[in-house]
Design a protein around this ligand. Structure first.
Ligand SMILES: *[C@@H]1O[C@H](CO)[C@@H](O)[C@H](O)[C@H]1NC(C)=O
Length: 438
């Protein structure tokens, strides 16, 4: 600071002696000028100080965020942008260009592969969080890489990343499958559901509505939104205002949030209520998966029972059937009507059940696994704790049948047979094949 002040004194000498010969008027003018400059210089110095402070704060911030990026996920750069662009490029006439979130997840990986296989462009996005064994997610991502699907390592909550992706690619569709799944884990980590299923969803919708052109938005809701509904089968028009778990509540919130974005910004929205999806490359936190592991390891399987010792039942839906429903949803989705954050007209809003329409009880599912594995399960029957599970699910799919041509074709035995085959090859298990699989 001092040199600056000294310099100013030198530039504007005000020693009265130096100006003795000047007119009084001129001298006064100079004094005024000097006061004026002195106060200007103080302001200037303060401004300089504030600018320096802001600059150092900003550089610290960018240091922290780039540090975070280096630690957590890395994206950006010319090479990265090229990979994104090439992966998004359709290989068939009028092919789609789809951003698939949760691409290293169970449904996400299968949908990405199916899209790629028929010649659509696919860019995956996944944060590889450790809710379940991330090495399984990495294996799925390797599968995608082998089919030339690029999976971005990042989070739907990262607004800068999403803006960059939409900047690099004019996606025609977004298939949003990233979510915090599982019903019981919400007791342990409730905020994780809000972070992924609410905040992450809003982050992605913000990016979609601002994109030009706006993509059509297809996303995974859940059969759990039916909650305490006991009218069977579940139809899309049934009550969904009595969720039995936080997971269900965040999925229901998602249906309402997407409706608001559809209404305000003209985003085309399709919500898919999945019914207990299972199959090869499935999620280890699901019962059929952990039961298989426990049966093979000779550990007991815990089977919940409802009120009056009633068996729980699920409308188990095979992954290939779900994938067909997802692709049909993308193909029949209307265009979003807005652009750059402005609505230009009403846009499509749809909700579909994607189930199998034939519920199977959990003890029956265990029996099927026993027969396939050739091992008797150690069954431990326990009364269902009140932690969010519902006693049964059963989909009415007449709407998806009509609008999407959706037609599930895989029964539980056939689907579990394929799952067990994958499981034993993936984990290197030898089970009594002669007796069971053939
Ligand atoms: C299934 O849903 C449709 C409406 O999409 C309805 O007309 C039909 O009655 C429902 N079927 C049953 C068995 O509830």
């Amino acid at each position: 600071m001092r040199p600056l002040v000294a310099e100013e004194e030198d530039l504007f000498p005000s020693t009265p002696g130096k100006f003795k010969t000047d007119h009084h008027h001129l001298h006064r003018h100079h004094r005024h000028l000097r006061r004026c400059f002195a106060s200007t210089s103080t302001t200037f110095l303060w401004a300089l100080f504030l600018i320096a402070l802001t600059a150092s704060y900003l550089s610290f911030q960018s240091l922290v965020s780039s540090g975070n990026r280096l630690l957590a996920a890395s994206w950006g750069g010319i090479q990265w942008e090229k990979q994104v662009r090439v992966s998004a490029l359709p290989r068939r006439p009028a092919g789609l260009s789809v951003l698939v979130t949760g691409a290293a997840g169970f449904v996400g990986a299968h949908v990405s592969l199916a899209l790629k296989k028929r010649g659509d462009g696919v860019v995956g996005l996944d944060n590889f969080n450790p809710y379940y064994d991330p090495s399984l997610k990495r294996s799925r991502a390797s599968l995608l890489r082998a089919q030339k699907v690029f999976v971005v390592d990042g989070d739907v909550n990262d607004a800068r990343l999403l803006a960059k992706l939409f900047d690099v690619v004019a996606f025609t569709h977004v298939m949003h499958l990233a979510a915090q799944a599982g019903v019981r884990y919400a007791i342990e980590n409730p905020h994780s559901y809000v972070h992924s299923n609410v905040a992450g969803l809003v982050g992605l919708l913000e990016a979609c509505k601002s994109a030009n052109p706006q993509p059509a938005f297809v996303w995974a809701s859940s059969s759990s939104v039916y909650g305490l509904n006991d009218k069977s089968p579940f139809s899309e028009e049934d009550r969904t205002d009595r969720p039995a778990s936080l997971y269900a509540a965040t999925k229901k919130a998602g249906e309402e949030i997407t409706h608001a974005y559809n209404h305000i910004y003209g985003l085309s929205v399709t919500g898919l209520r999945f019914f207990t999806v299972y199959g090869p490359w499935g999620r280890p936190d699901m019962a059929y998966f952990s039961f298989t592991r426990n049966i093979l390891q000779g550990k007991p399987v815990t089977i919940y029972r409802g009120k009056n010792r009633a068996d729980l039942a699920r409308d188990f839906t095979y992954i290939d059937d779900i994938v067909k429903g997802c692709l049909a949803s993308l193909d029949t989705a209307g265009k979003s009507t807005g652009s750059g954050g402005k609505k230009r007209g009403p846009a499509q809003y749809r909700v579909f059940n994607l189930g199998n329409t034939s519920p199977v009880t959990v003890p029956e599912m265990v029996s099927i696994l026993e027969r396939l594995l050739g091992v008797k399960a150690k069954r431990r029957e326990v009364e269902m704790p009140g932690n969010g599970d519902v006693p049964f699910t059963h989909a009415n799919i007449s709407s998806a049948r009509r609008e999407l041509g959706y037609k599930p074709t895989t029964d539980l035995r056939t689907g579990l047979k394929r799952f067990v085959k994958w499981y034993s090859s993936y984990y290197g298990y030898k089970y009594n094949q002669g007796k069971s699989v053939h």
